[in-house]
Design a protein around this ligand. Structure first.
Ligand SMILES: Nc1nc2c(ncn2[C@@H]2O[C@H](COP(=O)(O)OP(=O)(O)OP(=O)(O)O)[C@@H](O)[C@H]2O)c(=O)[nH]1
Ligand SMILES: [Mg+2]
Length: 727
């Protein structure tokens, strides 16, 4: 008997040069899971006959039933090139935008991405989104053009037209990489046929080609065409097996963890690079301090919570004392898992550079940084889109309330794109998610997988509060004892700064030290250098600036100002909805000499009064979520689609005809989008599809401001706090 697979995996894990950490990502349905299955089968970790037919990586029942991926799934496999063995740690990601948060998080764990593109559909909105997600984390893309069988079998294209189609896809992907990536990577990471960073094939029929491979094996494009003419594509799968072609390309073009961490760490970890941990992170040192980032939490019926993620530094051993930097908890590691195919196996220790699972970390959420001592955590993993719809949720039987609370905590760990809040006024739980499907899936999982009977409300949209003009003079906030006075002005965040924040160029959080990178990023987005140096905190798209001078005790009170700033930004004064796009500047402070008279009980109300008061003078308004959608349908439905958009308070942005197909881009308020997919189906005889391009919060029309504000307040059982402030 040869070496057991798990022993092989654990052996190669110790040689970083032989590791590749990759994600498979694409627009919905382009074939990611079929391809991932195929790779597993090729590596001998799944029966070849099943590959492509079962989507074995869609572990959940609902994924199988619906035929879509909901959760990202990690697997590991061994790939051999000549004499050399490589460990491929792979994450299959979901394509539906509602689950896009999982893609963002997976990108933290990997160094390379295989971007799939369906040869028939071509570049779709999510193709661009996944490229953004990858490049933001400095994850290097390569391209796989999938479903090439359909070009021949269904569309019966000639070789020339097929090649033209490939060239068009490649050119578009390169244009996107160039425009999205940071300058130094934009040109370096262009994909091309010549060097084999572009492959094409059929995940369904188990074959793939790259120029490299074709030259090495003496296969020509004509062989591919012939195989389909003679209905002999099985042969193609033997001549050019998908796993061999694609994993060769992965090994050649994707970096090993040591190479990758040298340029990824400066982007995703903002601690001191000269420190012991800093050096160890940059070199992926297995002898250094442990640093692990959780990217996915899975609740296993037997094993309990498993936190999967990337070990960037040190060696994780069983029983090691560790610190969770966000939760600020000390504990010891329990089980350490590695992946052997799709199976989890318990091991004693794993060195840096791998994707692993940790058992028994009850309080770990995705995004957590686990180290040996208290350390600077990794950059927050922030998803491009925010939750836009909410439902209230309650247990059918009141006695199940504690169980519901427990399950909701579990669910929000498994899926941090879901936000759970408790409405203090009414005592009801609210869950906010990315879209209708997202909430539907969560609801069903609570019922089916967790076995709790629940009831939910109809969905409502999530609003934002913001201000629309600057205040003219400072607003005074006074402490209840009248001994402390603070003065605030507010102004809207500029469009340029907003864009920079959305693109992740500006990091959120409290600013503790001189952060030159942040100053530079703020100034690049148009902030003046005096303000940028005084920024104290960036919170949910709001900025706190200390514009005071010579206040002796400021160091003792600034934390309290920040606490209250967050509090006010979490609950705006119109309807307790979260605020965004507000710059708060502290202009002056008059503080009592004696610390005893400026404790939290005095300070919080003073800051709150000052900030809310200033905002009430700055024309506060409600913003609502808008989605920009791409509609595609046969050209005769052009009129129907424009009508659909207009009827939903939408705006037509673009319309283009490509052959028999019309592509329409429209921007619609989410509040009018409930049931859109069935409306679209009936408007287009079932032949129209839509996909999300972008999402933004924009001003709610004036005639709706009063009405919606009142509706939200009624729903939440709050009175009009804005009027209170204006008294
Ligand atoms: N003809 C053909 N069909 C394919 C190919 N690859 C995948 N499919 C089919 O496309 C559909 C979607 O495949 P999946 O692998 O589930 O796609 P996915 O990208 O994982 O989908 P999501 O995870 O939901 O985004 C299935 O019906 C597959 O059988 C291919 O190369 N050729
Ligand atoms: Mg899938």
């Amino acid at each position: 008997m040869g070496e057991k697979m798990v022993d092989k995996v654990t052996r190669i894990m110790k040689t970083p040069e032989q590791i590749r950490n990759i994600a498979i990502c694409a627009h919905i349905d382009h074939g990611k899971t079929t391809l991932s299955d195929n790779l597993l089968a090729g590596a001998g970790m799944m029966s070849e006959d099943l590959a492509g037919k079962v989507c074995a990586l869609d572990f959940h029942g609902d994924e199988q039933a619906r035929g879509i991926t909901i959760d990202s799934a990690a697997v590991s496999m061994v790939h051999t090139i000549g004499e050399r063995e490589f460990l491929i740690n792979l994450i299959d990601t979901p394509g539906h935008v509602d689950f896009g948060g999982d893609v963002t998080r997976a990108m933290r764990a990997v160094d390379g991405a295989v971007v799939l593109c369906c040869a028939v559909e071509g570049i779709m909105p999510q193709t661009e989104t996944v490229l953004r997600q990858a490049l933001k984390e400095r994850v290097k893309p390569i391209l796989f053009i999938n479903k090439v069988d359909r070009l021949m079998k269904e569309l019966q294209l000639t070789p020339e037209v097929m090649q033209e189609r490939f060239m068009k896809i490649i050119a578009s992907v390169n244009k996107l990489i160039k425009s999205i990536a940071e300058e130094e990577f934009g040109s370096k990471w262009q994909v091309n046929v010549q060097d084999g960073s572009v492959c094409f094939g059929s995940a369904f029929h188990n074959w793939a080609m790259s120029l490299d491979y074709m030259q090495k094996k003496g296969i020509s494009f004509k062989d591919v065409i012939d195989a389909y003419e003679t209905e002999n594509w099985k042969e193609l799968g033997k001549k050019a097996p998908l796993h061999e072609v694609l994993l060769n390309a992965v090994v050649k073009h994707h970096p090993n963890p040591v190479t990758a961490q040298a340029y990824r760490i400066p982007k995703i970890w903002h601690g001191d690079k000269e420190s012991e941990l800093g050096k160890s992170l940059l070199s992926c040192d297995p002898k250094g301090q442990v640093a692990f980032v959780v990217t996915k939490v899975v609740v296993d019926p037997q094993a309990g919570e498993i936190a999967a993620g990337r070990l960037f530094s040190g060696t994780m051993t069983k029983g090691k004392p560790i610190h969770m930097n966000l939760k600020k908890i000390d504990l010891r590691t329990q089980q350490i898992y590695v992946y052997n195919g799709a199976k989890r196996e318990i091991v004693d220790n794993v060195p840096a550079g791998n994707i692993i699972g940790l058992g028994g970390l009850k309080d770990a959420y995705p995004g957590e940084t686990i180290t040996e001592r208290i350390e600077e955590p990794f950059e927050k993993i922030s998803h491009i889109f925010e939750p836009v719809i909410t439902k209230s949720i309650e247990a059918k039987s009141p006695s199940d309330l504690p169980e519901l609370a427990k399950i909701l905590i579990q669910v929000s760990k498994e899926d941090p794109s879901l936000q759970i809040t408790l409405n203090q006024e009414t005592g009801e739980h609210l869950m906010s998610g990315m879209g209708e499907l997202h909430l539907e899936i969560i609801e069903n999982r609570i019922k089916e997988e967790k076995g709790l009977q629940i009831q939910t409300s109809a969905p409502i949209v999530v609003y934002r509060e913001t201000i629309t003009k600057p205040t003219t003079e400072p607003y005074e906030g006074k402490s209840p004892n009248k001994h402390n006075k603070l003065y605030f002005i507010v102004e809207p965040v500029s469009a340029e700064l907003k864009a920079a924040m959305k693109e992740g160029k500006i990091q959120e959080g409290r600013i503790k030290k001189k952060d030159m990178d942040l100053w530079a990023a703020l100034e690049a987005a148009g902030m003046n250098s005096k303000d940028s140096r005084n920024v104290k905190e960036i919170f949910n798209g709001n900025i706190l600036i200390d514009d005071t001078r010579g206040i002796v005790h400021i160091g003792e009170v600034i934390e309290m100002v920040m606490d209250t700033f967050e509090d006010v930004m979490n609950k705006g004064s119109i309807a307790n909805e979260p605020c965004t796009g507000v710059v708060v500047k502290i202009k002056d402070m008059k503080l009592h000499e004696d610390a005893i008279h400026r404790g939290p009980a005095q300070f919080y109300p003073a800051v709150r009064m000052g900030v809310r008061g200033a905002m009430s003078q700055a024309k506060p308004l409600l913003f609502e979520p808008f989605q920009t959608l791409r509609f595609e349908a046969p050209v005769q439905y052009m009129g129907e689609i424009s009508k659909l958009i207009a009827n939903k308070r939408g705006q037509l942005m673009d319309m283009q005809q490509e052959g028999e197909t019309v592509i329409v881009v429209g921007k619609l308020p989410v509040a009018e989008m409930f049931g859109l997919s069935s409306d679209l189906r009936s408007a287009t005889g079932g032949r129209g599809i839509s996909s999300l391009i972008d999402q933004n919060f924009e001003r709610l029309p004036d005639e709706l401001q009063q009405k919606i504000g009142q509706q939200i307040r009624d729903r939440k059982g709050i009175k009009n706090t804005l009027e209170e402030n204006e008294e």
